[in-house]
Design a protein around this ligand. Sequence first.
Ligand code: GAP
Length: 461
Amino acid sequence: MADTTENKMEKIVSLCKRRGFVFQGSEIYGGLRGTWDFGPLGVALNNNLKQEWWKFFVDSREDMYGLDASIIMNAQVWEASGHTGAGFCDPLVEDTTTGERYRADHLLKDIGVEAEGMTLAEIDAAIAEHKVTSPQGNQLSPARQFNLMFESHIGATAGAEGKVYLRPETAQGIFVNFKNVVDTMSPKLPFGIAQVGKAFRNEIAPREWLFRVREFEQMEIEYFVKEADWEAYFEKLRADIQAWHRHIGLSDENIREYDVPANDLAHYSKRTIDFEYNYPGKGFDELAGFAYRTDHDLRQHMEHSGVSMEYIEPDGTRYIPHVLEPSFGVGRAFTAVLCEAYTEDEMNGETRTFLRLPKHLAPYRVAVSPLLKNKPPLVEKARDVFTMLKAEFGNVAWDDNGNVGKRYRRQDEIGTPHCVVIDFDTLGEEAPEHTDTVTVRNRDTGEQERVSINDLVAYVR
Ligand code: GAP
């Protein structure tokens, strides 16, 4: 049974720290707000998520092409895309006593006032009318727009000339390479370009663990279609996104699709669906976005760069394609997968915690142990089995700490689907018919089976 208690999220965050999934960024220096570091098991789960995503959306299809563009791009990219303007700003207010900054729309939302679409003057008026203060009870400054892009400078040039931004979305790397991909790969429309990589946003109020952070990873696709076809492909990709969420183990009842109302749409979008996940203790909130971006980006880049972004059909017809954009945050997928997997049950009269992770996402596919670590023949045989499984799966754990019961609990807690134990039966010392068989214990049921070493790879797979 899934744990639906309010503190489930706290338990997950604590497990992730304790078991090497996620650490606070720059922890030994007191941390850095809005940054998190992935430990050995976190990076394994994250890599599995990204690899599965690539297999699912790129390798298994004929209409997708991969890309890995630079994080630092020419500043004109962001002028053209509209990110330097008001469309990529959040309304910011300051506590006039402490100088602490807050998102005005969040403070208003906390008292039930929706600030989406309000001008700065309307926000100031709402703050005055409802006598909104900072969380410390102090007066707030007037609201101002705050751009979310991190600025830096190229080389030795200071000032406007060398100004660059860390990309706030991977999408623009795809748009600026649209012509390169068309010229080199001659794709037939419709087709998509996919990219996985870091994005940066100087969030005013990073919060809720990995949910809103300043440095994160995105997995994005820009799918190019003829304008007349956008609705048909919108529905196809929407079904693909639903299938992806099932593939990573998220249950249908924990996913909701929210059609973003016209007045809330991003500056580039004509239709957006937010795929929301039912985060424990928080409720439904955004997991991934799916936007119809029209021809906004390609048209803007064509106007700003002077380079044609037209697609030319074999019969010579030219047009700027329209774009559908499925956009996934790796950290939010990571969180949702863990929330879905986190389970407490009772086994042998004790409460146990385990992660019911899908096999293809689990940090370790299988763990191998000798029954006793001070018996060289057991250890030697177990090392042989470990080496065989490691050559096949890669992510295999060697675990000989404590007794077998403790090892099972430890592997349960990190979601290892199977534990293999080499015992005296394996060596043929107890029952000859069990020679060269091992005990395989199932994470979800706790059941144990004897499996021949020869069949072990197929069994685990
Ligand atoms: N290219 C479109 C785009 O970037 P978005 O809705 O701003 O759209 C897409 O972001 C996804 O990226 C979100 O659904 C979320 O999963 C993730 N994301 C965005 N901002 C984030 C942040 N500050 N922290 C963590 N994830 C974030």
